[in-house]
Design a protein around this ligand. Structure first.
Ligand code: SF4
Length: 273
C-alpha cells in the first residue's frame, strides 16, 4: 500500500461536516454537486438523506453543503439570501488558492490558473479572480498567449508539480514579472510521489477511486508512467483475472475521496488468491 493513500484531510473534514449536519437538523440536507468524487460514498450518503443537487435554484429549504472544491462566493450569498443554512466545507487548501487568485486580481495583475478547465475547483478559482483569469491545462496551451507584463499564477490543488513547473518555464519567456503561488496541496504531492515510487517497484499497480475524480485520474497517469501494468478501478469487482497473470506483487494507491472500506475490499480480494 502506498503511503498517503485514501481520504485526505479536506475530504475527512467535509464528510464530518455533512455527518454533523444530519445529526443536528431534521430539515432537508443537500450538497452542491456530489460531496466527493466517489459514487459509492455519494450513494451511501443518499441513504442517510443527503442529496446532491446541481444548483442552488433546486433548493427551497434546509441546508446546503459546499463541497471541498469550493464555489463562486456569489453562490453562497444567493443561498444565504434564500434563507438556507450554508455549511462551507471548502477545503482550506482550496480557500487559500481562492484568496491568492482574488489578491492577484485586486493588485491589478494578469492571472493564469493552471488546472482542468472543466473542473469545479477551477470554476471557483476563476470566479474568485473576477472571471478575468486565463485557464491553461498545460504548457502547450501557452502558445496561444502573447507577451505579458506582470503575471500571477495559481494552480488547482490536485495538479502535479511537473505540470506546474512546465507552465512556469513556458511563462518565463513571455512575461516581464512572474509571481507563482504553488497552491498544490501537500496531501496531493505526498500522495503522488509515494504512488510513483511504489508503482516503479511492483509488478502491477492498482489505483482505486472514482473515475470522475480528478486527483485519482492524475494518480493513474503518474503510476502508468512508472508501470504500464497500472489499472484504475472504483471497486474490487472491476479487477480482471487476466491482469494478475504472472504478477507476484501488486501495489495499491487510492485517491483523496476513496473510503477505507473500498480499499479493504480490494486488499481482501487480492489476498484471497
Ligand atoms: S486533495 Fe488536498 S485540496 Fe483537495 S480536499 Fe484533499 S486536502 Fe483539500
Amino acid at each position: 500500500m502506498a503511503k498517503h493513500a485514501g481520504y485526505c484531510y479536506g475530504v475527512q473534514r467535509a464528510l464530518k461536516m455533512a455527518r454533523e449536519a444530519t445529526e443536528r437538523s431534521s430539515k432537508p440536507i443537500h450538497t452542491l454537486g456530489p460531496i466527493i468524487h466517489n459514487p459509492q460514498v455519494v450513494e451511501a450518503l443518499e441513504q442517510q438523506g443527503v442529496n446532491a443537487v446541481g444548483s442552488v435554484d433546486e433548493v427551497t429549504a434546509g441546508t446546503i453543503i459546499i463541497r471541498t472544491h469550493g464555489v463562486d462566493p456569489k453562490i453562497m450569498d444567493i443561498a444565504t439570501d434564500k434563507g438556507l443554512e450554508v455549511v462551507d466545507a471548502t477545503c482550506p487548501f482550496v480557500a487559500k488558492a481562492q484568496d491568492k487568485a482574488a489578491k492577484l486580481i485586486a493588485d491589478g495583475h494578469d492571472v493564469i490558473i493552471v488546472g482542468e478547465r472543466n473542473h469545479p475547483e477551477v470554476a471557483g478559482l476563476l470566479a474568485c479572480a473576477a472571471n478575468r483569469a486565463v485557464v491553461v491545462e498545460n504548457a502547450q496551451e501557452l502558445a496561444g498567449l502573447g507577451d505579458m507584463e506582470t503575471v500571477g499564477v495559481v494552480v488547482q490543488t490536485t495538479q502535479s508539480i511537473e505540470n506546474l513547473r512546465s507552465v512556469v518555464d513556458g511563462l518565463l519567456n513571455k512575461t516581464k514579472e512572474l509571481i507563482v503561488y504553488n497552491t498544490i496541496c501537500s496531501a496531493t504531492s505526498q500522495r503522488q510521489s509515494a504512488a510513483a515510487e511504489l508503482a516503479g517497484s511492483v509488478d502491477m499497480m492498482l489505483v482505486v477511486g472514482g473515475k470522475n475524480s480528478a486527483n485519482t485520474t492524475r494518480l493513474n497517469i503518474i503510476c502508468k508512467e512508472k508501470n504500464r501494468r497500472t489499472h484504475h478501478i472504483e471497486t474490487a469487482d472491476e479487477i480482471e483475472v487476466v491482469w494478475l497473470e504472472g504478477v507476484g506483487n501488486v501495489g495499491i494507491t487510492a485517491g483523496a475521496s476513496t473510503p477505507d472500506w473500498i480499499l479493504k475490499e480490494v486488499i481482501d480480494y487480492l489476498e484471497s488468491g
